[in-house]
Design a protein around this ligand. Structure first.
Ligand SMILES: NC(=O)c1ccc[n+]([C@@H]2O[C@H](COP(=O)([O-])OP(=O)(O)OC[C@H]3O[C@@H](n4cnc5c(N)ncnc54)[C@H](O)[C@@H]3O)[C@@H](O)[C@H]2O)c1
Length: 296
């Protein structure tokens, strides 16, 4: 009897955790992306590139900020060849002043920005004591501080739009910690906190909708060499980009967790640390990052 009750309660909790966030998120579905202007940071490669290709294919004008000049050039050629509207700018988004100037250039070109996607990211993949000061500062600068610089540069103009969206690409590692990723996990926890504070600050500004995206591992170059635990096969960047652009189309908002199973993270967080370490040891997560080289 008690067991039946416990199983039923756990089942109900799972259903609520997985589906309730979707039901409660404010949505105003966009009929089209054709009149939208999106800025995507770190769009030259990986997930960002897939998002740019989808936005451009849907008729959105896209501005891409990245440090990878060659990647930007090939992306621009690809988008223009299929009739899309794109501008690319070599920008290090960890630098506040550079980002501010890039925002001014974007506004000069397109006159407005309605979607900001904070996607640029790096990983060091080293134990805490092997990280250099510069590596820690780079991870914080690109993954976390850049969200402040880009959002502060574009929020004033986005507030003037009838509908605008700020999409922060965090990670499931914005909710849990993993060995050799102390700087990365701290930066992604920061992105989740940044998103939640932004939601509160914009509570009386319903025309600007923040979304945070928390994917599991994606098969891009970032975590090349990672050992995937059996319960967490990698997501493809194409699939994650489809979900992100679909959420934008739906008007954005809330937390997009992929795969959905990770909506159970709040329950995992309640476990004592000794149990989490044991689980990481048994599932291989404890050493899953040992062969990851990190971003160049
Ligand atoms: N790969 C994964 O498993 C995974 C999982 C969850 C979340 N994410 C997040 O998704 C986002 C995209 O990652 P990805 O997997 O596509 O990685 P990626 O390495 O393929 O792409 C990252 C992009 O960011 C750019 N970039 C790096 N430093 C920059 C800077 N200073 N200024 C501007 N651009 C810069 C790179 O040039 C590159 O184009 C990141 O925020 C990452 O943390 C990745």
């Amino acid at each position: 009897m008690l067991l039946t009750f416990a199983v039923a309660t756990a089942f109900a909790a799972i259903l609520v955790a997985v589906f309730l966030p979707q039901l409660l998120s404010p949505r105003r579905r966009l009929s089209s992306l054709a009149d939208q202007v999106a800025v995507v940071s770190g769009g030259a490669q990986g997930l960002g590139r897939e998002i740019v290709l989808r936005l451009a294919a849907a008729g959105c004008s896209v501005v891409v900020w990245d440090v990878d000049r060659a990647g930007l050039e090939s992306l621009r050629t690809q988008v223009e060849a299929s009739g899309g509207r794109i501008a690319t700018d070599v920008v290090d988004v960890s630098q506040s002043a550079d980002t501010k100037l890039a925002a001014e250039r974007a506004l000069q070109t397109w006159k407005k920005v309605t979607i900001l996607i904070n996607n640029a990211g790096v990983v060091s993949a080293k134990p805490l004591l092997e990280l250099t000061d510069a590596q820690i500062q780079r991870t914080m600068g690109v993954n976390l501080l850049a969200c402040f610089w880009t959002t502060r540069a574009l929020l004033p103009t986005m507030k003037e739009q009838p509908h605008a969206q700020i999409v922060n690409i965090a990670s499931v590692l914005g909710h849990i910690g993993v060995a050799r990723l102390s700087d990365y996990c701290a930066s992604k926890h920061g992105v989740v906190g940044f998103h939640e504070s932004l939601c509160m600050e914009l509570a009386d500004q319903p025309n600007v909708v923040p979304t945070v995206v928390c994917p599991g591992t994606i098969s891009t170059r970032m975590f090349d060499g990672i050992k995937h635990p059996f319960f967490m096969p990698p997501l493809t960047p194409e699939y994650v980009a489809d979900c992100v652009v679909d959420r934008i189309h739906q008007g954005g908002g809330g937390m997009l967790v992929l795969p959905r199973l990770f909506h159970l993270m709040p329950f995992y967080r309640l476990l004592p640390m000794s149990l989490k370490v044991l689980a990481a040891r048994l599932t291989g997560v404890l050493h899953s990052v040992d062969n990851v080289k990190g971003s160049s």
